[in-house]
Design a protein around this ligand. Structure first.
Ligand SMILES: [Fe+2]
Length: 318
């Protein structure tokens, strides 16, 4: 209980826009991470009908990007899936094309459903297939189109909350008619096709927590963006991973197979195309009922660059 003289003092210094640190020190300088985000799982079969319904409500042109954001229940209305990362499911219907724009935020996109759409980045075009990772680096012009015959859906991951935390957001939009004069490229540097990434996992030994896990790297050997890193991991049927925790809250998308993850005290069964999120410093262990492949992304490169990233592998006691 705060004493009357102290309360009086706080009120007087508040008029000078000052406040006593000692009242909030343990809250703002926590002994360990205390994320507001919660573990959560979005079942694709539950999300898909709403995504398709959104396709009848608004065109991709009018929406600019037709996306259902995945909002962490710890941040209702917060336009984010974790404190630092935005995620959403984007739909481009057959015959739809989006305008070109660019922004300070970087994007990683994991293709969930449908063949034949493309992403153009600064004049180069990459066709999108399920399981592919497509990047949009910061401040590169990009647009999407679907000249195919089936709806195409992907998971968008962006560092929007990081950019906005630093108040460093810029964006430019080209008019609708001004699509990029893009050429198809056989191997654009911003596209990581699924098949070779999946094949590379076969040569990896199994980690007790992660199974066979690899990070996608640029040609220069760096994480795919300066803020967001992307990963692919294989869990063989029957795999029961040990618990671990890391300071990078992580978004997972199930590329193949089925299994379950214990996140904190909750059990989250998953199957292909489901998306789940593990908050910072929350213990997680993955188990595979059948051969499974998990795509994931997080702000690990940003945390490492700032000297903040930590992990505990495995967690014996949480
Ligand atoms: Fe964009």
């Amino acid at each position: 209980m705060t004493s009357a003289p102290r309360r009086d003092f706080y009120q007087r210094i508040a008029k000078l826009n000052a406040a006593p640190l000692w009242e909030v020190l343990s809250e703002i300088v926590g002994a360990r991470p205390n994320p507001a985000s919660l573990p959560w799982l979005w079942r694709y079969q539950e999300m898909r009908p709403f995504l398709m319904e959104s396709g009848e409500l608004i065109t991709a042109r009018e929406a600019e990007r037709r996306v259902l954001m995945l909002e962490n229940p710890g941040f209702p209305g917060g336009s984010r899936i974790t404190q630092s990362v935005y995620a959403g499911l984007q739909l481009v219907l057959p015959g739809e094309f989006t305008n070109s724009h660019r922004h300070a935020a970087s994007a990683v996109r994991f293709i969930i459903e449908g063949e034949g759409a493309y992403t153009a980045v600064d004049g180069e075009r990459a066709t999108m297939h399920p399981g592919d990772l497509i990047l949009t680096p910061s401040w590169t012009f990009h647009d999407h189109g679907n000249p195919g015959s089936a709806p195409v859906v992907w998971l968008d991951g962006l560092d929007i909350p990081i950019v906005n935390f630093f108040d460093s957001s810029f964006a430019e939009h080209l008019p609708d008619e001004a699509t990029q004069d893009a050429v198809h490229s056989a191997a654009p540097s911003f596209a990581f096709p699924y098949a070779p990434a999946r094949a590379a996992l076969r040569d990896q030994s199994l980690h007790a927590c992660h199974g066979a896990k690899m990070e996608y790297l640029s040609a220069a050997g760096t994480s795919v963006t300066k803020t967001l890193g992307a990963f692919l991991q294989f869990l063989p049927a029957g795999f029961k991973g040990a618990a671990y925790r890391q300071t990078d809250s992580t978004v997972y998308c199930v590329a193949e197979g089925s299994g379950s993850s214990r996140i904190g005290d909750g059990m989250f069964p998953w199957k292909a195309r489901d998306i789940f999120v593990v908050p910072a410093w929350c213990s997680v262990s993955h188990a595979a009922a059948e051969d499974a492949v998990l795509f994931s992304f997080s702000d690990r490169p940003a945390q490492k660059a700032l000297g903040l990233w930590r992990e505990q592998v495995p967690v014996y006691k949480s």
